[in-house]
Design a protein around this ligand. Structure first.
Ligand code: ZN
Length: 172
């Protein structure tokens, strides 16, 4: 619905708190790494959108330092990936809602992490691949797009062409 696409048009990777870990060439078996490699090297996608969202339970659990979302240890370990975003977000007592800042900082962190993958960085340098950050509030239906500095609200009508423009023209 958000991207106004048909089934199969998007190659989607979903995970808790929409995180891309930094590249670690240590032989670790990682689903996000495999999906990224396939999307960029085989499908040759032109655009990668890191799409975060408001009221993220994973990010809230990390920020509040409370009990983990599940009895196991996987979510807690996974969420520790956002430690660099905590620095980006600034202190909890700063301006605006802290969880919103942290959710948005985690998107910026994932964009930075994407560039740690050598083949992603190379494709971006060659303008064959473009990275985008977006933040969606399910409750209000509002979408914000990262403009390189902050997140700016996207106009509501018409959703598809506005977003297409913000992503730039699709080439062949
Ligand atoms: Zn979430």
């Amino acid at each position: 619905m958000i991207f106004d696409t048909h089934p199969g048009e998007l190659f989607v990777v979903r995970n808790i708190a929409n995180l891309v870990p930094a590249y670690t060439p240590d032989g670790v078996c990682h689903g996000v790494f495999a999906a990224l490699e396939f999307a960029v090297q085989v499908l040759k996608v032109r655009h990668i959108v890191v799409l975060g969202h408001a009221r993220c339970g994973g990010i809230r659990a990390f920020a509040e330092g409370g009990p983990p979302l599940s009895p196991g240890d996987s979510i807690h370990k996974w969420m520790s990936l956002i430690a660099p975003a905590v620095e980006l977000a600034g202190p909890p007592e700063g301006d605006g809602d802290y969880l919103t800042r942290l959710e948005r900082a985690s998107i910026v962190m994932s964009l930075d992490n994407l560039l740690t993958f050598p083949y992603v960085a190379e494709a971006v340098r060659g303008s064959r691949l473009f990275l985008h950050g977006a933040y969606f509030d399910v409750a209000t239906g509002r979408m914000f797009v990262h403009d390189g500095i902050g997140f700016t609200p996207m106009k509501v009508e018409p959703v598809s062409s506005e977003f297409e423009q913000s992503l730039g023209k699709h080439g062949n």
